[in-house]
Design a protein around this ligand. Structure first.
Ligand code: PLP
Length: 354
């Protein structure tokens, strides 16, 4: 067990906050004054410290750099009008972190370390939560193997860290999406359901090629038949067909179970939609589009919340959407933002008070 007082705290001498331009916050570029660092050695977590944000001193033989035992999470903290700090569903991220750890043969991080670590770090750096609309403090917990041995095997040592980054709006404009037929993100039996670092490196070539063709991101397809839709970039995807909202099912292990996805499902049901978690083929999408039934397409994720899709291109078939006249995605986005900013009742208990 890790008690709150077991975290050694060293405060920064000077805050960097006064140097920050809150009107210009590119995602993930600036970091708060402090970070949390802990070591896993000989089967236990130790050296749990909150200290000034600083570089790590690492050996070139660090196992994570060679074999990629590395996982992460992405969570956001907000302030309400009174200045109280809240975090959106961090418990869900805690559970998912340990699901990722299990898949990558890494140790479990105890709830006290993850949750109490976040609480104390955010308390110390709470001035870093911007009080502007659409702004938040992004929380990035991560873990990597830290043996200094270049043998292929699970490490004996690991490092767990939490860093904080103030952030403004992520994607501003509706996106043009290229339906990816050549590269795949995840296969059944693989690591698609884990927030494992290598998944993101492996996806970059497909994104880069889509960008060269003039698209913002790819819509991933299943690895076997290249027929069933999966995710958009690093977001879950929803399609509104008639009065039904469809998002791919999780049981193949190829979809990352997004916290925003799960929240969106709840809100869509409350809005009166039938929600189906099931395989959805590109052919079915095209047919729905031809009949005029494909109403809206959007991605969900912590970074962007809800991202509207204005174009989908599959082979020679282009689906354009009149995003301006959409009702559902903008409403969902506003609803989620309002809950997070404390402007709307949090009836599902999603906001966790720091
Ligand atoms: C993180 C992530 C998501 C979104 O998950 P949230 O918990 O909603 O942020 C979706 N897909 C992938 C591949 C991701 O890495």
């Amino acid at each position: 067990m890790i008690a709150a007082m077991d975290i050694l705290i060293t405060k920064a001498e000077r805050s960097k906050l006064q140097d920050l331009d809150l009107n210009n916050l590119p995602f993930g570029r600036y970091f708060s004054d402090h970070m949390l660092e802990a070591d896993f050695e000989k089967g236990e977590w130790k050296n749990i410290e909150i200290k000034p944000y600083q570089p790590l001193l690492l050996s070139p033989s660090l196992a994570a750099l060679h074999y990629g035992q590395a996982i992460f999470e992405g969570i956001k903290a907000y302030k309400d009008k009174k200045g109280n700090a809240y975090i959106f569903r961090p418990q869900d991220n805690f559970h998912r972190f340990n699901v990722s750890a299990e898949r990558m043969q890494m140790p479990q991080v105890p709830e006290e370390l993850f949750m109490e670590g976040i609480r104390q770090l955010i308390s110390i750096d709470c001035n870093w939560i911007p009080m502007k609309d659409d702004h938040s403090l992004y929380i990035r917990p991560f873990m990597f193997s830290s043996d200094e041995v270049i043998g292929v095997r699970p490490s004996e040592k690991y490092k767990f860290l939490i860093i904080l980054s103030p952030t403004g709006p992520y994607y501003h404009v509706p996106m043009r999406i290229y339906v990816e037929e050549k590269y795949v993100r995840a296969a059944p039996g693989g690591v698609g359901y884990a927030k494992a670092a290598g998944n993101y490196g492996a996806a970059m070539l497909a994104s880069a090629e889509a960008k060269m063709k003039g698209y913002d991101q790819v819509l991933w397809m299943d690895a076997i038949e290249h027929k069933y839709v999966q995710e958009i970039g690093t977001m879950n995807v929803f399609f509104i067909i008639g009065n039904t909202a469809i998002t791919p099912n999780l049981d193949q292990g190829t979809i990352l179970e997004g916290v925003t996805r799960n929240s969106t499902i709840v809100l869509l049901k409350e809005m009166g939609f039938t929600v189906e978690e099931r395989p959805l083929s590109i052919d079915d999408l095209i047919e729905a589009h031809k009949k005029g039934n494909l109403k809206e397409v959007f991605g969900t994720g912590t970074a962007a919340t809800i991202s509207m899709i204005k174009e989908l291109k599959y082979k020679d078939y282009v689906m354009n959407f009149d995003v301006e006249n959409w009702k559902t995605a903008p409403l969902l986005k506003e609803w989620l933002m309002d809950i997070r900013a404390g402007r709307r009742e949090d009836k599902y208990g999603w906001m966790w008070k720091v």
